[in-house]
Design a protein around this ligand. Structure first.
Ligand code: OSB
Ligand code: MG
Length: 372
């Protein structure tokens, strides 16, 4: 496809409630959006990098900088910047998967709009709707957590994930299990907050019969996760460690995890995310779609991805109102605990101009083919 202009737009969206994890508290999101415009279509990408490099090494100002200085000049050299060429064209730049993913997503949206094909159809979706889980942050007290979980279950969420850290693990898990019963699909996410020395402590979570424990140890500690897996009954799921399809294959070969969280931003785009899905499917390892507090743009792509066959567990693909008072697209709504996969071409959603204008903090336009 032909591209004439790339816009880097920053928006600020307040979260409906602050979200606390073992790495910090997010009260609002400072999000980088990428818009590509050509003669026949436009396309949108959402960069999932957080404001600070605390989930992974990427952060939103760094992503904007690497896109401007290093990634776009490489894409400008392509005569046909189709989404499938983005990964290879950017491969010599080390790292920065979230920045690369945003560019690939924008080009894919534009090219699928021209082809009249949905993201879901392109990726290989086999379902029209996907089951929704909800990720519940660390709270000031257990009663407050129970109220929050109660409200989410009332809305119909089909699975609950509790964020944990040392000092906030066994007690909240036990309280949620006792209050909501054995039927609740429950899991936890530590975002790397533990070490192998905590193995006996983490085994105290086993009696609560959870679906999985996500990323207990450091991102680069596959050996530690493999050791820990032998000491826990709760299956280990990896998030931060799975940075590519190759990393997924390595983690599975080492026995470091039994479940994989897939986030397109973390692995460099939706095409690599599909390869992670395929690697896991070939090994009979279930996957689910993670989230990075996305707007409706990233959510549309995530929901399409989550409709692939081996996404056999509910994802962190929650409804728009779990995050935002006013999403920038038509909101994703929970229906019997599910989100519908968009049916329009490309992402099937686009930003509402007023919502976009209201949340924009800066915008920069680059003509395709020039670096200034
Ligand atoms: O580890 O899954 C994570 C949010 C930001 C960064 C990392 C994570 C999360 C979440 C929220 O758990 C998922 C969501 O609802 O988008
Ligand atoms: Mg996680």
């Amino acid at each position: 496809m032909k591209v004439e202009e790339v816009e880097l737009r920053r928006i600020r969206l307040p979260l409906v409630t602050p979200f606390t994890t073992s790495f910090g508290t997010e009260a609002d999101r400072d999000i980088l959006l990428v818009k590509v415009t050509g003669p026949d279509a436009e396309g949108w990408g959402e960069c999932v990098a957080l404001a600070e490099p605390v989930y992974s090494s990427e952060y939103v100002d760094g992503a904007a900088d690497v896109i401007r200085r290093h990634l776009l000049p490489r894409l400008f050299a392509l005569s046909d910047p189709a989404a499938r060429f983005v990964g290879p064209a950017l491969a010599d730049v080390k790292g920065h998967p979230m920045a690369k993913a945003a560019l690939e997503m924008a080009l894919l949206d534009a090219e699928l709009r021209i082809a009249g094909m949905t993201f879901g159809a392109y990726l290989g979706a086999v379902r029209g709707r996907v089951p929704a889980g909800v990720s519940v942050g660390i709270m000031a007290s257990v009663p407050q957590l129970l109220d929050a979980v109660d409200a989410y279950l009332e809305q119909g969420y089909l699975r609950v994930k509790l964020k944990i850290q040392p000092g906030w693990d066994v007690e909240p898990v036990q309280a949620v299990r006792e209050r909501f019963g054995d039927g609740l699909a429950l899991q936890v996410d530590a975002n790397t907050a533990y070490t192998l020395a905590d193995a006996r402590h983490l085994a105290r979570l086993d009696p609560f019969d959870m679906l999985l424990i996500e990323q207990p140890l450091a991102e680069d500690d596959l050996a530690g996760h493999a050791t820990l897996a032998k000491q826990l009954r709760t299956p280990i799921c990896l998030d931060e460690s799975i940075t590519s399809a190759r990393a997924a294959a390595e983690a599975l070969a080492r026995g470091a995890c039994a479940v994989v969280n897939i986030k397109a931003g973390r692995v460099g785009g939706y095409l690599e995310a599909r390869r992670v899905h395929d690697v896991c499917a070939a090994s009979g390892v279930p996957v689910w779609c993670g989230g990075m507090l996305e707007t409706g743009l990233g959510r549309a792509a995530n929901v399409a991805l989550a409709a692939l066959p081996n996404f056999s567990l509910p994802g962190d693909t929650s409804a728009s109102d779990r995050y935002w008072r006013h999403d920038i697209t038509v909101p994703f709504i929970l229906n019997e605990g599910h989100l519908a996969v968009p049916t329009g071409p490309g992402l099937g959603v686009a930003p509402d101009p007023d919502a976009l204008a209201e949340s924009t903090t800066s915008s920069e336009r680059l003509r395709w083919g020039t670096s200034g």
